[in-house]
Design a protein around this ligand. Sequence first.
Ligand SMILES: C[S@@+](CC[C@H](N)C(=O)[O-])C[C@H]1O[C@@H](n2cnc3c(N)ncnc32)[C@H](O)[C@@H]1O
Length: 246
Amino acid sequence: MTTDYDKIAKEYQESKLQPWRTHIERYTLLSLVGQIQGLCTLDLACGEGYYTRLLRRLGADPISGIDLSKGMIDLAISQETTEPLGVQYRVSDVRDINFGAKSDLVFAAYLLNYASNYEEILSMCEAIVRNLKPGGRFVTVNNNPDDPPSNFETGRKYGYSKRIHGRLEEGSPVHWSFHLPEGTVEVTNYYMSTLTMERALHEVGLTHIHWHKPQVSPEGIQRWGESYWQDFLANPPITFFECTKR
Ligand SMILES: C[S@@+](CC[C@H](N)C(=O)[O-])C[C@H]1O[C@@H](n2cnc3c(N)ncnc32)[C@H](O)[C@@H]1O
């Protein structure tokens, strides 16, 4: 069963403060995004707007954030009200959006791992391609399908752990726990193989798929030391890719 983010919006927001989020997730994603000054951008499954705001500050314009959870979008809008950046937010299933093929960049942090079967990932990919200009880019981070279940507890030192019930197979629920100072917050998403993801991307006309491993920021190495990150990098729980609309 998928996670209802309305119930954990604030806690999930706090999980973004864990060091691996800043020094690996954010650093790698923003390196992949590159120069985006003036690019029409969509942030799908934007949550409370963590990346939407960062992309806007990097020059994305116009930019909209879309999320299924009203609780998450309420948090995003309240931050937009406190510090207006000119971001538009909308509560919607990303599979329903149609802004026209206008976006230069579609970005999504942890959207595809909410698809529990081929039809669902296909309809997410159709939405991505429907909203991208020809030649536009899709940049994303999701669960790493190659992270073996035997590795699921090594994340504890970084503040998270994962578990599954039974065998890890297409559509298996993957339960993440983020261990925060105030307690543990749990989210559930789904396992999907690289092959299935690539099949859906190709089917909708997304090509030039480049997978990227996590990178640690120079600040992360300086602050925590190189050896601190070794377990994460040896079996990364997340993976990144970019691709292009034909
Ligand atoms: C792990 S959170 C990531 C939020 C944000 N991208 C970030 O990195 O902080 C996943 C988000 O995906 C949203 N989500 C899941 N399925 C969705 C769908 N079909 N359409 C829109 N949002 C979806 C959830 O509501 C949740 O806010």
